[in-house]
Every structure is written in structure tokens, then in C-alpha cells.
Design a protein. Sequence first.
Length: 197
Amino acid sequence: MRSSLGEIAEIKAGPSGARLKELGDHPRGVPVITPSDFTVDHRVSPLHVRRVPEEAGQHLEAYRLRAGDLLVVRQGTLGRLAVIGPAQETWVYGSSCLRVRLKDGVEVTSEYLAAYLSQPQTVERLKGTALSGTIPSFNAGALRSMEVVVPPLSRQGRIVEVLADMDEAIAAKIAVVERMEALRPSVFAALLERESV
């Protein structure tokens, strides 16, 4: 089944920058997710999330997040996205993001949609809708009109499972490469010392 993203999900742009003018490193307040908080595995890292004071957050109720929402970068590095988990419930999102919230009753999972939207072909189609300018960007309308292939739920689950296995294997290989690169200078020094004895 093919559908436009707007048929299966509600898409809402983040608040204007003026509404986030108090965004900063406040010890308390409402966390605001920005693209810099996205991880390579489409999650949100809480390590450097900035906040707005509680009173400012009261005016951002329409931008509160739910588990299962997707955030898509709409300005700058287009195509990056994150799936919101239970830990980010009630947080809000910044002006550089679009929130994608699946409509009630649609047979699509957030994980499948994230996998679909992050495929290179989809990202290229998304970039093709970008508005020209100093910073590439696209609007909610462009995302709503994007075509999405929606297989049965059982197949969605299988696709997500296989891709997760592949991601795990890739991460393991990257870890080995990073370890070898870290060891290389000490191996070189040890070999040099042995040869000079």
C-alpha cells in the first residue's frame, strides 16, 4: 500500500525561535530537543539537552512530545531524524524540527516509519523538495506530500528486526576498527623498540 505521509500522520513544525528565546543550560525546566541531540541510531541523547524555564514551557503545550513521535530535521542537515522514547514524554522540540505523529488507527509503527524515512532514496527525495537558500530547508507541506510504502504490520516488524540486526553488526565492526586504531600507535612503538634491541 502506498500513502502520502500526511494521510497516516500529523505533521507539526516546531515553535518559532522567539518562543524559545530563554533556551539555555538551565538546571531545571522543560527539555527542548534540537537536531544536535539526535544520535546515529535515531534516538535522543539527553547529555546536552537544553531547557526553557517552567513558566516559558507553559506556552509550549502544543509542542509536547509523546513516545512514538518522530522528529525530522527541517533546516540544515536534512534527513536526520529521531524516534521519541518514553524518557522524552512531555519534552518539547525546537524550531529546526518537524514532529511526525502517527494518526490513531493507522497500521504503521514508528520504528518502520523511521527506517523508511532514513533510507538514502527517501532522504534524496526529501532533499529534492528543499527550498533553496543559505541553509537548506523544507516545510511541513513537503513532508505531508511525501509518498510512503506501507507493508502489512508483520512485514514492517520483520524489516525493522533485520535492520536492527544489521545495525548491531555494523556497530560491532566499528568498535573493532576504533579499538585497532587506538592500539596502532602503541603497537608501532613496541615494534620499533623491539627492532632496535
